[in-house]
Design a protein around this ligand. Sequence first.
Ligand code: ADP
Length: 394
Amino acid sequence: MSERHILVINCGSSSIKFALLGETREQPLLSGLAECLGSADALLRWQAGEDKQRLPIPGADHRGALAQLLALIERTAVTLSGIGHRVVHGGEHFTAAHLLDAPTLTAIRSVSALAPLHNPACLQGIEAALSLYPQLPQVAVFDTAFHQSMPAHAYRYAVPETLYREQGVRRYGFHGSSHRYVSRRAAQLTGLPVEASSWLVAHLGNGSSTCAIVNGQSLDTSMGMTPLEGVVMGTRSGDVDPGLHGHLMRTLGWSLEQVDSMLNKQSGLLGLSGLSNDMRSLEQARLEGHPGASLAIEVFCYRLAKSLAAMSCALPQLDGLIFTGGIGENSALIRSKTIGHLKLLHLALDPAANARAVAGCSGEIQASGHPRVLVVPTNEERQIALDTLALLPN
Ligand code: ADP
């Protein structure tokens, strides 16, 4: 059979990230971003190998941008076998990726109340792609699906049961494609069978989460009903006292929208440092003596270590702790400070191996005689393409 190709699409409210992947290749043939959709500044940017291009598409919406993108793919002489759509929230309905048909679309719509910012944007992209390519198999891959294996003691909040039964108030978890991909890669790299191995994962990007994975299944994760729960992120607070909302409403007269926006957009590394949400900038500022940058890094690492220690409750043994995401794959400083707080798990790093594991290098970085610590570059697009391929008719 000739090489099959999948277009992976990740839609935001005014953007579409995309990647064109071949079945047997790790890296995309083409990848890029359509941004500022619905405005006069709408722009399509893409990269094929070293070649970078851009095309203004003024006024284009999701459908307009996808039509340009599909024309671009036709020029590469690749025939698409399917499209994989990243969908943020699948609620309890989806425990795995699903072929897109009318009932699937209805089910995605029905869980949109749980992700009011994200799922409607995904649906816009899905509807546009289905109308442009009605004959092509298309698959929804959910960020939450991988975590549906969590046991009730990990996914339930200690709030009245009716809120769970009637409103779906529970922990769902996100970043499923990344946690799944890197735990499988770690098993490959170490020669351990996925179905008989136990991992802790720290996915550290603009959004960050930790995960406990046993025998290929997620047993706990730090994000909850929304992607706000858990560790410190670029602009998201992670865990705060749930009493904070009421306090700010009573003392400052803030509305729920103001509290929500502050916790999602002005907190995390940005809020702590008063400088930036970007870890690279903070590391530089810390070297120059910026106290806010130093504090943000210290809080980030301590809370991350606490989350990993908490996740270890779900493991029968530790075959390895995996760092991934832009920060996890590149920052020797963050890895070393985080591991420094985990002495009770007997974790320790080899400084030289830690320093070498940057810019796409994967490998083991633990000190000799200590539990395995791995740096594994994530590839969410590839995982989405693999999940899509698995559902295509042969
Ligand atoms: P996203 O969650 O948007 O996919 P990424 O996984 O690309 O984000 O991660 C972005 C984060 O990675 C930013 O905070 C960025 O500063 C950080 N990062 C990238 N390279 C480095 C580096 N060399 N050192 C420290 N942080 C880095």
